[in-house]
Design a protein around this ligand. Sequence first.
Ligand code: GLP
Length: 241
Amino acid sequence: MINIIRVHNYDEASDQAFALMKQYLQPGKVLGLATGSTPLGLYARMVKDHEENGTSYLEIKTFNLDEYVGLEITHPESYYAFMHRNLFDHIDILEDNVHIPCGLGEDLEEKAREYDEMIDQDPVDVQILGIGSDGHIAFNEPGTPFDSLTHITDLAESTIQDNCRFFDNDITKVPKQAVTQGIGTIMKARNIILIATGVNKAQAVKDMIDGPIDEACPASILQKHPNVTVIVDEAAGSLLA
Ligand code: GLP
């Protein structure tokens, strides 16, 4: 069953997400992290909390959900660069404890398998998720098998369009493939917090919560997870029953 927290706006959603996240900011915990604009407010609060309260990440590990294929990690829109710019560079986490899927070089499928093995060794205590306007989680587009593990995927046309704004609004610059944790990988997390804000997410939120559990809406599988909290603002929750 999905636990729903309704808030007014993005700032309140970020406050709620941080309040839930705070209990996992302890030695030995494993955080599952996401990219996109949605978790930026949460990450800003984590940085502020580190600076003001000295919350330490020295004994915390992280696993990110996904990465573009073929984008150098020095490219500002790589998820590696995104995570360092918005979180890792501002807290005391050890680079060795940071894990982001590799989208460069040979043997990407082999590296993807190794990524799942690492997650199995250090199971994720809390996974942060956003949601795509087509209901995708990480880069698991509609039709992705619910039991999928980390894999290489083609991005849906709508996702390429949504991401265009990060690549000078030039569609030719947007990567067309990504390496992503599978839905089966994500479902192994002990706890999941999904944040959805803005009217662009309203239909996906409705399909995730009120719709059938169907691969047409990847996020709908969360209905089967034992410990999911979805934080929605008024706009993203506007179509809910
Ligand atoms: C990308 C990411 C997802 C993210 C989604 C939504 O597709 N791979 O993990 O949830 O974008 O992005 P945003 O939060 O910017 O709306």
